[in-house]
Design a binder for this molecule. Structure first.
Ligand code: HEM
Length: 399
């Protein structure tokens, strides 16, 4: 039996219009149901929309290379390494990253994250029930403290990092007013980052210091150490804030799941995975086809640039029963693509998971109810998905 290969259906869908950005799950979900691979005619790239096909493409890095992608142009917010590399360059960079997230380093982080999470939640609940913004007052404040601390960055000026993250995830996309506004807003933060990535400002033992030590050992160059530190900061900051705040929003919307977690705290890791599936902080990743190929019976000519749309894939009904429902006791927690897949799978996922686990554990031990206290607001962002306001009321548990 011969299988037929067809051309990608073309669509006038604009993944970057304000309308689409305002409701990504709805619109990327519609695109997913159009076809597994869609030609986005306005910009001349293809979108890969379904879980199984994205996974298949990402497994084959030789055909779906990371060295180019839609809209790629050099941008000071987005370092080249490691996301724009293929092996062998990528293999070497990734080895340095994984060395930094060693078992020993992770154990140190675990103790520090737990202590900070408990202190943070105790301080928030000091006066009983409290109304606050779960995005800013809980997730952002916690990550703004622990993540730059483990990187070993100076303390002063860190609040600028929120603008930096916002610019990083709007750097790839059409050059329109939205893009330029984000670049302008991010400029002071970029200056802070450029200054504070320098070797002499890294606290001893921090991730920055370890990267420069790898340069001293000749494993990477000094310039690569600086690039990698910037890449880790750019990749690991907003994503984690959005991931944790997405989880808090999901619990505020689903009080029964919060009660389930409180009665079965061993589900805390699965709960974070489920939140990442439902609310993936990263919307898509980019690749380029290095030869004529096909996916799901759709031809992809050599040189085609593609976006792997993993936000929509997180709710692919072919993969997930009842995909829009937040259920922390699913059979397959973690089968999502929200940390990517294949050789570029997130280098810092263990750090993000640990930050989330520490904070959610501190909360579940202290908070009886998380009640929605107003309308959550989504951040308008090309490549990231998240909230920039989640009004909630935290009701402490009696202890
Ligand atoms: C919930 C939080 C996070 C999410 C959802 C997330 C998501 C992702 C995704 C989807 C990719 C793959 C991109 C691609 O293939 O095109 C990725 C790569 C990466 N992430 Fe994360 N990330 C998170 C946290 C972090 C943290 C905390 C760090 C650093 C400590 C980090 C560092 C990196 C790096 C360095 C890469 C590039 C890996 C490579 O190219 O081999 N991420 N991340």
């Amino acid at each position: 039996m011969t299988s037929t290969v067809t051309r990608a259906p073309s669509s006038d869908f604009d993944p970057f219009s304000t309308e689409v950005l305002s409701d990504l799950h709805f619109h990327d979900g519609i695109l997913r149901e159009v076809a597994p691979v869609v030609d986005i005619e306005k910009y001349g790239f293809y979108a890969v929309t379904r879980h199984v096909d994205i996974q298949k493409a990402l497994r084959d890095w030789r055909t779906f290379s990371s060295t180019d992608r839609p809209f790629y142009q050099p941008n000071p917010f987005r370092p080249v390494a490691p996301l724009m590399q293929d092996p062998p360059d990528h293999t070497q960079t990734k080895a340095v990253m994984l060395r930094i997230f060693s078992r020993e380093n992770m154990a140190k982080m675990a103790a520090y994250f737990t202590e900070t999470a408990e202190n943070t939640v105790d301080a928030l609940l000091a006066r009983g029930p409290v109304s606050l913004d779960a995005y800013y007052d809980v997730a952002a404040q916690y990550v703004l403290k622990v993540f730059p601390d483990v990187l070993g960055l100076p303390t002063e000026g860190r609040e600028l990092l929120l603008n930096f993250g916002d610019a990083v995830f709007n750097a790839f996309g059409p050059q329109n007013e939205h893009h330029f506004e984000k670049m302008r807003n991010g400029a002071p933060a970029l200056e802070w980052v450029e200054t504070n990535m320098k070797r002499e400002l890294q606290a001893e033992g921090g991730i920055g210091w370890q990267l420069y030590t790898a340069a001293d050992e000749g494993v990477i160059s000094e310039a690569e150490a600086e690039q990698l530190l910037k890449a880790v900061l750019g990749a690991g900051f907003d994503t984690t804030i959005f991931g944790i705040s997405g989880a808090l929003r999901a619990f505020a919307d689903n009080p029964d799941q919060w009660q389930l977690l409180r009665s079965r705290p061993e589900l805390v890791e699965a709960a974070f995975e489920e939140a990442l599936r439902l609310y993936p902080p990263s919307r898509f990743g980019g690749r380029v086809a290095t030869k004529d190929t096909q996916l799901a019976g759709i031809e992809i000519p050599s040189g085609t640039k593609l976006l792997m749309m993993w936000l929509g894939a997180g709710r692919d009904p072919r993969k997930w029963p009842d995909p829009d429902t937040f259920r922390i006791d699913r059979d397959n927690p973690g089968g999502h693509l929200s940390f990517g897949f294949g050789i570029h799978t997130c280098a810092g996922q263990a750090v993000a998971r640990l930050e989330a686990k520490s904070l959610l554990t501190a909360l579940l031990n202290r908070v009886e109810r998380i009640e929605l206290d107003g309308e959550p607001r989504r951040a308008l962002n090309f490549q990231a998905f998240g909230h920039d306001r989640i009004p909630v009321r935290l009701v402490p548990a009696s202890r």
